[in-house]
Design a protein around this ligand. Structure first.
Ligand SMILES: [Zn+2]
Length: 118
């Protein structure tokens, strides 16, 4: 059995595989993929991956800001910064993962909206 891990790869501006930021459409600086699972209509657990794109123009969070600042110092990640880069990248992915939509909260809010409560 293999463990599913998050992975990150730098985007190459102008390259065909550079992921665009879904918010502003500009090329992202880095794309990270992380394991994601949900339950389908039949209740079966479905496993896959999600991607998050680091964008210099849109990121406002603390974790992304620290990561952007580290990369901005030299325009790349220097070998002596590798450990700090990995820690910051994991913090950034974890922050993005926590910001996912809370489907249960949305359903409760929809219920309140239909009942006229909202
Ligand atoms: Zn953006």
């Amino acid at each position: 059995m293999t463990a599913e891990k998050a992975e990150a790869r730098p985007a190459r501006p102008g390259a065909e595989d550079a992921s665009a930021c879904p918010r502003c459409g500009q090329p992202g600086l880095m794309t990270a993929r992380y394991p994601h699972a949900w339950h389908g209509q039949a209740g079966k657990r479905i496993r896959g991956f999600k991607e998050v794109i680091l964008c210099a123009g849109c990121e406002g969070g603390e974790a992304a800001g620290a990561l952007l600042a580290l990369v901005d110092v030299h325009g790349q990640v220097c070998p002596e910064d590798t450990a700090a880069f990995l820690r910051l990248a994991l913090d950034w992915v974890e922050t993005a993962r926590r910001q996912e939509l809370d489907v249960a909260a949305l359903a409760r809010e929809e219920q309140r909206w239909h009942s006229g409560e909202l």
